[in-house]
Design a protein around this ligand. Structure first.
Ligand SMILES: [Zn+2]
Length: 259
């Protein structure tokens, strides 16, 4: 079966002298491994576009029950020219695709998640500043796309609205086992409880209410809040995605944040 679809390149590796194997996240077929045979001899068919983070349109000769599909054509759909110009832009974009790669399985179609990924990469590429905010938007809405939309507006236990203003408590207890937050009255006793600040809760509520990653690029967060929002989202993801580990690009990030 010939499949024509759009895709983002998640990973690539050289195979023998002239071929390349790539992992794609496609709009119509989810994650897929492909081989581009003779990529050097047939540069016109692959358009020099089979690189990590490239947003491409592909033609794949697909056979059921075959792990590695045959890529017969790959064309650049839209270049993200600025990603390679700055290390923090690149790190944010790589963190998004690494995370997507970690939470998705082969051949699980999720067109809304594909759109979210492309819009996120585009926002990180084109943002004048705040390049991390679209990534945080992505992480929050990725949870929703996987069916685990966290409730950051109301108490997980009693349903009381969580008001992250001066009238509310300074910190809110996080229940990362179930992916929710407690109001002041329901918060369990004990120092072991994980908490988030009112500022982080406010930022999460704001990011959840936005429509698209491009809107998030207008959200300026202080380094402290950014780090706490990132940590909170990671805890929420970990409670739904088994074995999720800190990503390589996040380590780069952490180093950048401290420099
Ligand atoms: Zn409550």
């Amino acid at each position: 079966m010939i499949v024509k679809t759009d895709a983002v390149v998640l990973r690539t590796m050289k195979y023998r002298e002239s071929s390349r194997i790539a992992t794609l996240y496609t709009r119509d077929s989810g994650k897929m491994s492909v081989i581009a045979k003779g990529i050097r001899e047939h540069a016109s068919r692959f358009g020099g576009s089979l690189d990590v983070l490239a947003y491409v349109s592909v033609v794949v000769y697909r056979k059921e029950h075959r792990d590695l599909q045959l890529l017969t054509r790959c064309d650049m759909k839209k270049p993200f020219r600025h990603l390679s110009e700055e290390i923090d832009r690149m790190a944010a974009a790589l963190a998004a695709i690494e995370l997507l790669d970690a939470v998705t399985h082969a051949a699980e179609e999720n067109a809304p998640l594909f759109t979210l990924l492309v819009e996120t990469l585009d926002a990180i590429d084109s943002a004048a500043r705040n390049v991390v905010s679209p990534l945080l938007f992505f992480e929050l809405h990725l949870l929703a796309a996987l069916g685990y939309r966290p409730n950051v507006a109301a108490c997980f236990r009693c349903g009381a609205p969580l008001e992250a203003d001066d009238a509310g408590p300074a910190r809110y207890a996080l229940n990362s086992g179930s992916g929710g937050l407690y109001c002041d009255g329901c918060a369990p006793e004990g120092a072991a409880a994980e908490t988030v600040s009112a500022g982080t809760l406010r930022s999460l509520q704001h990011l959840q209410g936005l429509g698209a990653p491009h809107d998030a690029a207008r959200v300026a967060l202080s380094p402290r809040i950014r780090e706490e929002v990132s940590w909170t989202l990671r805890r929420l993801l970990q409670c739904h995605v088994e074995g999720l580990r800190p990503s390589k690009s996040e380590a780069v990030f952490a180093a950048l944040a401290q420099s």
